[in-house]
Design a protein around this ligand. Structure first.
Ligand code: GLT
Ligand code: MN
Ligand code: MN
Ligand code: MN
Length: 383
């Protein structure tokens, strides 16, 4: 019953299950898996899709011949195992050339190289069927703000995204771009620290309809924010093009934990939101296994992400069908009639003349304690 199926649209990046457990204080603990081996692993655990950065698949120094062979073998593996490629992205953070940014670098040659690398990554993704292109500007930020004015960085990013939208149209790729925010790490401060910042930026682009967001649980949580609220704003704006699911405790380093493992209640509200509104895009797990694990443990990790999602989805159905919860919601809704309607001279003067019994309005208990306890009892498995 909690078995992942293709219609659940669960995807993983090559860099997630392929993560070798290196951290700033220690070396890799797991051997390299080739992209083909990763596809096999994903099929074994029941995933639907695989995503990649250009260099997760094709090394940065590969020859054109090597590139073609790698792509051929990868495509074959995907076909053999029934795995699709919903999303592709570009690595603009690992190579030292990007140490002070890619699209926002002060060096015009670095900005040009970043754009070239991204166009090639778009070619690669399109060749394998990707329709979503994620841009995460991990190095677009600062340690010292002496280096450039942040508004200059914003203009440079706008120029780059505008160029890439035109390239996608010109090539007939039909990409939707999804911008991914993060407040810090690896830079001390990254530009566009939150999903909301990107939502405002998108409206200033030449083709806002082609660009949305890719919110990540960990990133909004690192900023101390309510992730589900950010997702809801993106959804309401028609901009939830992709989502990165994982988990994170606030105030820590970038943890990328198994989905639902740090704050299952927040994960519940998130799953309930996505399912209630009918989000139809990929459920991408941008997370990795603990450094204590071998590849059997990596499978436990990947299965756990999907299983927790499906358990929480079932809990959301249970919540929606619970008579006591529904009775409480109906009671809350009773006081939720039309507030003021559309503006007209008449509605405004009627509103100005209306009398309110503030004390009465403020005196009724809202029963949210009961509502939340019932939620907890569903989550804790006694209801
Ligand atoms: C990196 C980062 C993620 C981004 C990936 C896409 S790479 O792992 O931590 O949040 O989604 O570039
Ligand atoms: Mn991340
Ligand atoms: Mn991410
Ligand atoms: Mn992370």
């Amino acid at each position: 019953k909690y078995t992942p199926r293709p219609e659940h649209r669960f995807s993983f990046g090559l860099w997630t299950v392929g993560n070798r457990g290196r951290d700033p204080f220690g070396a890799e603990v797991r051997p390299t898996l080739s992209p083909v081996e990763i596809v096999r692993l994903l099929a074994e655990v029941g995933a639907w899709g695989v995503n990649f950065h250009d260099n997760d698949l094709v090394p940065i120094d590969a020859t054109p011949q090597e590139r073609d062979r790698i792509v051929r073998e990868f495509r074959q593996a995907c076909e053999d195992h029934g795995i699709v490629v919903p999303m592709a992205t570009v690595n603009l953070f690992f190579d030292p050339v990007f140490r002070d940014g890619a699209f926002t670098s002060n060096d015009a040659r670095v900005r040009a190289y970043a754009l070239q690398k991204t166009m090639r990554a778009m070619d690669l993704g399109a060749e394998l069927g990707a329709k979503i292109f994620v841009l995460w500007g991990g190095r677009e930020g600062t340690e010292t703000d002496g280096c450039r004015r942040p508004d200059e960085a914003i203009k440079r990013l706008r120029d780059a995204v505008n160029f890439l939208c035109e390239y996608s149209l010109d090539q007939g790729y039909d990409y939707k771009f999804a911008l991914e925010a993060k407040p810090n790490e690896p830079r001390a401060d990254i530009y566009f620290p939150t999903t909301g910042a990107y939502l405002a930026f998108i409206e200033t682009l030449d083709h806002p309809e082609m660009v949305g967001v890719n919110p990540e649980v960990a990133h909004e949580t690192m900023a101390g924010l309510n992730f589900m609220h950010a997702v809801a704003q993106a959804w309401e704006a028609g901009k939830l093009f992709h989502i990165d699911l994982n988990d994170q405790l606030p105030g820590r380093y970038d943890q990328d934990f198994r989905f639902g493992s740090a704050n299952p209640k927040a994960a519940f509200w998130l799953v309930k939101f996505l399912e209630d509104v009918g989000y139809a895009g990929p459920r991408h797990f941008d997370a990795h296994a603990y450094r204590t694990e071998d590849y059997e443990g990596v499978k436990d990790f990947a299965r756990g992400c999907m299983r927790t999602y499906l358990i929480l989805k079932e809990k959301a159905e249970r919540w929606n069908a619970d008579p006591e919860i529904q009775a409480l919601l109906a009671e809350i809704k009773e006081t939720d009639g039309e507030a003021f309607g559309k503006f007209s001279k008449e509605t405004a003067s009627a509103l100005l003349a209306r009398q309110f019994d503030r004390a009465a309005l403020a005196s009724k208990g809202l029963k949210y304690e009961r509502l939340d306890q019932l939620t907890m009892e569903i989550l804790l498995g006694v209801r």
